[in-house]
Write a protein that binds this ligand. Structure first.
Ligand code: HEM
Ligand SMILES: *[C@@H]1O[C@H](CO)[C@@H](O)[C@H](O)[C@H]1NC(C)=O
Ligand SMILES: *[C@@H]1O[C@H](CO)[C@@H](O)[C@H](O)[C@H]1NC(C)=O
Length: 329
């Protein structure tokens, strides 16, 4: 009997602790909102959209590049615009880290958006938010889903080469279990990972990223491999051939749709990591679902994009609103 009150008070303590953590996690996510700029800069969304629109009209691939910029920003210490920072004398930033070097693009578009936004609302809109909005707009302009993007992120004052090189961004030769654990480390589920990978329905990759796959993998369509080998010779490391590009979705490379998953079912994923999602493992069934049901894909993709955009934002008095996206104030 004497134990009973002690038991119940520790149970009450557990409930309180659980509530406390619930509040903590909820409040950090709730700091981003759809209407953060409603009073401070209502024109931001039109400004971003018009610059993204003309950039895509000039070069459709840039939409893919802007989407990838958001992904690589969020996976390295949260969505804080750190990927945009040029190296300085006090830090070496993310731009030349292996996942990014000679590969990430779109910085000029972000600069153009930033200067347009600064004209109307100086010092108000963060670079991290601009990247998130530009990614959303790119997807919509290329025929994909549209959603209300959450904003209110602030910008980092620094960036880290070593954090960006540490493997938090999974490499293209990843196994399925590495892909799953890399996304789980960011609070993203297996379903989020498979849905977000559908981003490879647009954009291009360099020969260096898929060479091993087209010469060494066995779970690849033979004719598909042959045709990719023409523009990506086996031995050329260090030569310009490394930077030859191929489209990630050979069917509709500038249209945001679910054909990425149809390609996987036909063993025509370009990256080794792409084909890992459909290789007899636990994610096969999701790939089948998305390949036959574009609505389910779009809806899961949007859910996962919002979750990815919520990774560790700087809010409140943390970080700053940069004046120029390439350098801290
Ligand atoms: C699942 C793990 C992922 C791996 C291993 C991966 C890997 C890669 C690689 C190697 C490239 C080509 C880079 C190059 O050769 O220059 C690429 C391109 C791209 N990735 Fe991913 N990626 C992953 C997930 C994502 C996610 C979550 C997104 C966005 C939500 C994304 C969006 C893109 C886009 C749009 C491109 C094309 C970029 C362009 O054309 O400029 N990827 N990815
Ligand atoms: C980035 O790419 C350049 C140009 O190819 C190369 O010279 C440099 O060594 C690369 N940097 C890193 C850190 O890999
Ligand atoms: C393929 O595998 C062989 C043997 O493991 C390796 O030597 C080679 O570098 C790999 N990549 C290519 C592109 O052949």
């Amino acid at each position: 009997m004497a134990l009973f009150p002690r038991f119940s008070s520790s149970a009450a303590m557990n409930v309180m602790l659980a509530l406390f953590f619930l509040l903590l996690t909820r409040s950090s996510a709730a700091q981003l909102s759809e209407n953060f700029y409603s009073n401070k800069c209502p024109k931001v969304f039109n400004a971003v959209k018009s610059v993204v629109h003309s950039a895509i009209a000039k070069e459709p691939r840039i939409g893919a590049s802007l989407l990838r910029l958001h992904f690589h920003d969020c996976f390295v210490n949260g969505c804080d615009g750190s990927i945009l920072l040029d190296d300085t004398s006090s830090f070496r930033g993310e731009k030349t880290a292996p996942p990014n070097n000679n590969s990430v693009r779109g910085f000029e578009v972000i600069d153009a958006i930033k200067s347009k936004v600064e004209e109307t609302c100086p010092g108000v809109v963060s670079c991290a938010d601009i990247v998130a909005i530009a990614a959303r707009d790119s997807i919509a302009i290329l025929g994909g889903p549209y959603w209300n993007v959450k904003v209110g992120r602030r910008d980092s004052k620094t960036a880290s080469f070593s954090d960006a090189s540490s493997g938090v961004i999974p490499p293209p030769f990843s196994t399925l279990s590495n892909l799953i654990s890399r996304f789980q480390a960011q609070g993203l589920s297996v379903k989020d990972m498979v849905a977000l990978s559908g981003a490879h329905t647009i954009g291009k990759a360099r020969c260096a990223s898929y060479r091993d796959r087209i010469y060494n993998d066995t779970n690849i369509d033979k004719l598909f491999a042959k045709s990719r080998q023409r523009n990506c010779p086996r031995k050329s490391s260090g030569t310009p051939k490394d930077n030859n590009v191929a489209v990630l979705d050979f069917k509709t490379p500038t249209h945001f749709d679910n054909s990425y998953y149809k390609n996987l079912i036909n063993k025509k994923g370009l990256l080794h990591s792409d084909q890992q999602l459909f290789n007899g493992g636990s994610t096969d069934s999701l790939v089948r679902t998305y390949s036959s049901n574009e609505k389910t894909f779009n809806s899961d993709f949007v859910t996962a994009m919002i979750k990815m955009g919520n990774i560790k934002p700087l809010t409140g008095s943390n970080g700053q609103i940069r004046k120029h996206c390439r350098r801290a104030n």
